[in-house]
Design a protein around this ligand. Sequence first.
Ligand code: NAP
Ligand code: GDD
Length: 351
Amino acid sequence: MSQKRRALITGITGQDGAYLARFLLEKGYEVYGAFRRLSTPNLWRLQALDIFHQVQLIPMELVDSASMTGALVASRPHEVYNLAAQSFVGASFEQPVGTGQVTGLAVSRLLECIRHVDPGIRFYQASTSELFGNSTQVPHNELTPFEPASPYAAAKLYGYWITRIYREAYDLFAVNGILFNHESPLRGLEFVTRKITNALAKVKLGLESKVSLGNLEASRDWGFAGDYVESMWLMLQQEAPGDYVIATGETHTVREFFTLACEIAGLDPAGILEVNPKFMRPLDVDLLLGDSGKAQRMLGWQPRVTFRELVRIMMETDLARWHRWQKGEQFPWDAFNYPSEMNILSRAVKS
Ligand code: NAP
Ligand code: GDD
């Protein structure tokens, strides 16, 4: 039998799933990735990081407990990282019930399966700074009261509490990572950072002329996903389970992100940007700013990539991708066959 430690990552096809898989493989883990069946496989991030053949894939659907038990039995993990979720806040206003099912209730499904299959498994829950919502107590730390402001955040609040409840009721090693926004070139295209760098790359190469955004004054504590996945692992290596805020301690507006990305791309922001109410949420979170002092002291975790470096990495990667695409190259990537958001009807906008 293998002596390697085994980890099961739900949401292996997402941004964090890919970076965490690479991190754990580098640590010598046997990595199992739970993914949902789609009509077209969505494995480009694992391919982009060149780890596709090193991860063992297991089908699993968040609304199906049987598939969760199956994934646990097949992988016999020491550690489970629950990253799978409907993770887009905007979509949660359009799919509030579905988001409750997969982002909230699914956490108790998985914890129940773990409790019955092997209560010795260590469990990481992907909690979020969205829990703080529009709390006026900033910076946000582990003691700041929660004030969720979206169906997504309400579902994550359930996931947060059920994780704590299973820890206390059944003595599971179950932790919440309360992660602030973290981005990368593998970020989904709907999230504002990647939307901006992808759109500006197209403007730079003459494929588009405008970038349409919503709330430019929203402010976020943006870090690099590659730095943040390390904190997930560190939380599961402690003697006792706990909950930790992971953040950079800096906040910037969407406008600042856009302006810096223009500077890096060598574009004049004037005339490119338009505000479209279509991208305003019915309710938004104005300001997120985290205090990761506890994680720094207890986990020895520190963010490494600065805001400027993050914007540069994302902007340069998207420029390079569109440039390669124009030359007819093929490589693992998402944007070339993604529809323009302007062609997607949205009914959940600010009234
Ligand atoms: P992401 O890129 O959107 O990935 C989400 C993953 O969940 C994808 O693999 C997705 O599969 C999977 N998934 C969605 N619905 C599913 C279902 N019904 N059954 C099985 N799998 C399903 O998100 P991320 O940025 O990597 O974030 C990872 C986790 O951290 C999420 O729970 C998110 O809410 C949370 N979080 C993220 C941030 C951030 O800033 N990135 C901050 C705090 C917390 P498909 O590829 O098939 O869609
Ligand atoms: N997506 C998007 N598109 N957001 C826009 C746009 C736009 O065109 N214009 C302005 N924004 C604003 C949003 O209204 C929000 O205030 C901010 O930009 C950030 O939006 P997102 O990038 O979609 O991320 P988020 O902060 O709502 O949620 C992300 O971070 C959370 C942690 O705080 C997601 O990754 C969540 O899963 C995560 O929990």
